[in-house]
Every structure is written in C-alpha cells, then in structure tokens.
Ligand binder design. Structure first.
Ligand SMILES: C[S@@+](CC[C@H](N)C(=O)[O-])C[C@H]1O[C@@H](n2cnc3c(N)ncnc32)[C@H](O)[C@@H]1O
Length: 257
C-alpha cells in the first residue's frame, strides 16, 4: 500500500472515532490547512518564542482569506511577535493589503513572583528584552507588512481608536487610528473582564462579516475566564461560530437585529 493510501486510511480511522460535531469541526480545520503547510510559517513557529498553537494557523488563514475588504486587522497582545509575524505573513500570502495594528502594553501576568523562585519577569530588563525582541522579529520577518505597533492596553487603544487619534508607533511612525475592523485576534489579558471588554470594544468597530478569533479559548483549556466570554459570544445572535481551531473563531452576521 502506498503512503497516500495509508495516510487516507489513517485519517478515516481517526474520523470514525469522532462524534458528528467533532467530525464537522475537523473538516472545517482541514479546509484551511495551507498556512499550516507553509515552510516560512513553519520556520517562524520554530524560531520565534511565543504561545501559539498550530491550530491558530488554520484560524488565521480562515479569517484573513475571508475577512471583508477595507477593514483593518488588529492584534491585541503581541508579546515577542510570533502571532504578529504570522498574521503579517498570512496577509502578504493571501494578498490582503489592509492596515495592520498591534497593541500591547508589554506588562506581564505572573510578574509578581519569580518563576521557580529564580527568575522574575517583572523587571525592566526583562521588559526591554521582550520589546526589543518584538521589534527585531517584526522588522526582520514582516518587512513587507509591518504592523503599526502601539504600546498601550487594549482599553486605551480602543479609546484612541474611537477618537480617530493620531498615535506614534514603536518605530516612530505616526498613524491615524479608527475606522472599521475586518479581523481582530484577541490575545491580551486573559481575565473575564479584560477579554469581555476586548470583545465589546472590537464589536463596536467590527464590520459585518468581520472575524473575531479568541486565543486560549479551546474547550476544557486552562483559561476558564476566556471560555466564559466565548460562551457569551456563542449565545449572541449577531455572531456565528465559524471554526474551532480549536480556539474559537466567530463571524459577525451581515444583518443583525
Ligand atoms: C499570551 S501573550 C501574547 C502572545 C502572542 N499573541 C503570541 O501568540 O505570540 C499576552 C500578551 O498580552 C499583553 N497584554 C496584557 N494585558 C494586556 C492588555 N490589557 N491589552 C493588550 N495586551 C495586553 C501582554 O503584555 C502579553 O504580551
């Protein structure tokens, strides 16, 4: 039996073990597997530090290929720039020239106590390393489509966005904020209040048929507060669940009441 046949049989055998719902979501994931097989994306996943699960690549592909024209792309929570460079690359790969914004105050959860009693992520030195790494990573790997990286919490960022404020990004470029959003990747603070605010703020500007993708929202995961927000979005009739990658991805309906 050749390798392709063996692979097909293996996939069929695995699929038989899934419930109908699980099989459905597996098929949706399989529709968006181009970025996951891309050698540059694979390289970034290896060489850059961060918190990305492979399934986010399926999610980025789905959102970026299908988001409405003319809406900005927004990343909330960038850390070292792994997801940032992958979003920028996916935009280049799928021919999306919309503006790309990233916001992060670069303050870190758990910084109050040294890790293993040995290393503190609460120091200025650590923060400088993260911000410098973010700048180096995005400068090198996202030359064609660098994001406007705004140093701010998402709440502050949205206040500026709603006032169409002009802000200076990490590279000293002035940019005018505001307008419709086509896709927002939500990966900032993971408390219920913060993730809910990110949803409510993004919702105000999200275009019809725009996408929201919540990192760390997968079923039975470690982030119950993010899951709580996602369960509220699921119950919201203005949104439809598009994919479980396994993180939850929603699309705003064209017409909402
Ligand atoms: C899990 S990391 C992001 C990882 C990154 N998206 C990736 O996949 O490579 C979370 C980031 O959210 C940032 N953050 C914390 N509170 C935030 C807030 N209120 N608004 C925006 N970002 C925040 C942190 O500074 C941190 O860099």
């Amino acid at each position: 039996m050749d390798l392709l046949k063996m692979g097909t049989k293996l996939v069929q055998a695995l699929e038989e073990k899934l419930s109908p719902k699980q099989r459905y979501w597996a098929r949706v994931r399989a529709e968006y597997c181009d970025l996951r097989r891309d050698e540059f994306a694979e390289h970034l996943m290896f060489v850059l530090g961060g918190f990305m699960v492979q399934g986010n690549l399926n999610g980025f592909e789905c959102c970026i290929k299908n988001m409405p024209a003319e809406g900005a792309v927004l990343e909330i929570g960038s850390f070292l720039g792994l997801s940032t460079t992958l979003i920028a690359y996916a935009m280049a790969k799928y021919g999306r020239g919309e503006p790309f914004f990233a916001c992060d105050p670069w303050v870190f959860a758990g910084a109050d106590r040294p890790k293993a009693g040995y290393f503190s992520t609460g120091t200025q030195e650590y923060r400088d390393w993260v911000v410098q790494s973010f700048k180096m990573n995005t400068t090198l790997f996202s030359k064609d489509h660098p994001p406007y990286a705004i140093e701010a919490t998402s709440d502050q960022f949205f206040r500026w966005w709603s006032n169409c404020a002009v802000r200076t990004d990490l590279w000293g470029r002035d940019t005018k904020l505001g307008g419709g959003i086509g896709f927002a990747f939500i990966d900032g603070a993971h408390t219920y209040e913060a993730a809910r605010n990110d949803f409510l703020n993004a919702d105000r500007f999200l275009l019809p048929r725009g996408y929201l993708f919540f990192d760390d929202s997968y079923d039975d995961g470690a982030f119950a507060e993010v899951q709580r927000v996602v369960s509220e979005v699921r119950a919201n009739s203005r949104y439809e669940l598009i994919g479980k990658f396994p993180n939850y991805c929603f699309r705003k309906r064209q017409f909402s009441i």
